[in-house]
Design a protein around this ligand. Sequence first.
Ligand code: ADP
Ligand code: MG
Length: 140
Amino acid sequence: MALERTLSIIKPDATKRNLTGKINAVFEDAGLRIVAQKRIQLSEKQAGAFYAVHKERPFYGSLVASMIAEPVVVQVLQAENAVAKHREVMGATNPSDAAEGTVRKLFAESIEANSVHGSDSLENAKNEIAFFFAETEILP
Ligand code: ADP
Ligand code: MG
């Protein structure tokens, strides 16, 4: 196992309900270290570019709108095996399929308003981290 970094986003449905701390506690209890974090308002252009991989999906427009409805908290999480560890603790995309104790089981409102984003591969994590953070903002 290697020390990895992954990109996490606490989504508008969660920031709106004041759940940033509770979600961070789940991550930290799982051994993920928050090595960078900022609360930002995404523009439509930024959210559209971030989710460009889903452009052809029927939910793309609605997803982009949901991501700009409120501020988000973008974070870099570091741990051994961080990408898989974070995906595991986030839970399945659809909260009705998510395992007990996962962020999405605990907090998500719907398949779209599912409280958190996490990179799905080490390569995507590198690109997604660079989308939001300068190397100087990441402090292990
Ligand atoms: P994940 O976030 O688990 O990696 P995806 O990459 O497949 O899931 O989808 C990105 C995001 O798009 C999801 O987190 C969710 O907010 C939204 N989404 C995915 N599938 C649907 C759907 N069927 N209907 C509405 N929104 C969806
Ligand atoms: Mg994804």
